[in-house]
Design a protein around this ligand. Structure first.
Ligand code: ADP
Ligand code: MG
Length: 347
């Protein structure tokens, strides 16, 4: 296959606030604004940012669980908005989700075996024997004993529940798994096991991941690239190593400074993240980060900074750290923040 597995162009989602007749006069929550990125086969793209910045909304839009206000989602070059029911079902089959809380996403009345094989049985009938063989195989793939097949979610540890959720996601052999805060509720040691499991599955099966987390420190070891979101927008998208070695956007810098990373070698940027995230109903003018930014200048209050490609393959939206030059002012130069050849260079 050539080209990205997934391409997102100018994705936007405004949630209406309340119901009324004057639809276009209604205030809205600007959950996602003009988000563009792509995911290559076998790649892990992480999306990070504080709670409420729009990460889960992006995930729901990718799964087409709701309509975007604007923009497009292309799966292997096909716009999913145009798909009819059957084709949409097939496309959904290629993308699966794993959520933060397996207690609410796993049916408490079903056994591990039933939970894991259910997605397949929505598509085809399985004999008892086939069902058992499939469940046992999937349990092994996620590092669980096939003897767990009869366990209920209430009889499992948090890590086992999340492994069961991953096994269920694997059942349909997807090309992409979207993991939304999938390790956030787990103890640190269990988090590491689940992250290792995902990386191992990726190596063996070539699966792409979109790994969503509010915690920058968990993405460091699993991400190939990281997109940092602030109030609905991507402010920096960079190869993982480059992002942690040298954050460019002041918000990325502050997030890294705030994350507890046990690495004495690393020079910690000295930027405290002060104040609250502003409301997405009435976001600040210009760069939405300007009220919290130690570097803000007058231009930051007036103009939304565009994403500017940097020499090392990252894109940054910051008037101070990534000022637009003449060469960058042509809008077509910044439509897609994913630069070609970038993936090869970070592997
Ligand atoms: P994150 O996953 O980064 O915490 P979300 O995508 O859940 O962020 O939410 C982004 C913004 O959209 C938040 O302000 C949230 O309150 C709002 N929001 C999320 N879902 C809905 C919804 N169904 N209706 C209205 N507002 C929503
Ligand atoms: Mg969320």
């Amino acid at each position: 296959m050539s080209g990205p597995l997934l391409k997102v162009e100018n994705l936007t989602k405004h949630y209406p606030l309340g119901a009324g007749f004057l639809k276009n006069k209604m205030p809205v929550i600007r959950a996602v604004e003009d988000v563009s990125f792509s995911v290559e086969p076998g790649e892990t793209l992480c999306i990070v940012g504080e709670s409420g910045c729009g990460k889960s909304t992006v995930a729901r839009l990718l799964m087409r669980l709701m309509e975007p206000t604007g923009g497009r989602v292309l799966v292997e070059g096909t716009d999913i908005a145009g798909l009819k029911k059957g084709a949409l079902r097939a496309s959904r089959r290629r993308m699966q989700m794993v959520f933060q809380d397996p207690f609410s996403s796993l049916n408490p009345r079903l056994t591990a075996g039933e939970i894991i094989t259910e997605p397949v049985e929505n598509f085809e009938r399985l004999s008892r024997k086939q069902r058992h063989a499939l469940a046992a195989d999937l349990l092994r793939k996620v590092g669980m004993s096939p003897e767990m097949i009869h366990r209920l979610p209430s009889e499992m540890s948090g890590g086992q529940r999340q492994r069961t959720a991953i096994a269920r996601a694997l059942a349909l052999e997807p090309s992409l798994i979207i993991a939304d805060e999938a390790v956030s509720a787990l103890d640190v040691s269990v988090q590491a096991q689940i992250l290792n499991l995902m990386m191992d599955l990726q190596q063996r099966m070539g699966i792409s991941f979109i790994f969503i987390s509010h915690d920058l420190s968990v993405v460091e070891h699993i991400g190939h690239r990281v997109a940092v979101m602030y109030l609905g927008r991507i402010v920096e998208l960079a190869p993982c190593g480059a992002l942690f070695a040298k954050p460019v956007h002041p918000y990325t810098e502050a997030l890294i400074a705030a994350a507890p990373v046990p690495d004495p070698e690393r020079v910690r940027p000295d930027v405290p993240l002060e104040g609250e995230v502003p409301s997405p109903i009435n976001p600040p003018s210009g760069c939405a980060f300007h009220p919290r930014c130690p570097l803000a200048i007058a231009r930051c209050r007036a103009e939304v900074p565009p994403l500017i490609p940097m020499a090392d393959g990252r894109v940054v939206a910051c008037h101070v750290r990534a000022p637009a030059t003449g060469a960058h002012e042509h809008p077509s130069a910044m439509v897609d923040p994913t630069l070609s050849g970038e993936i090869a260079s970070i592997r």
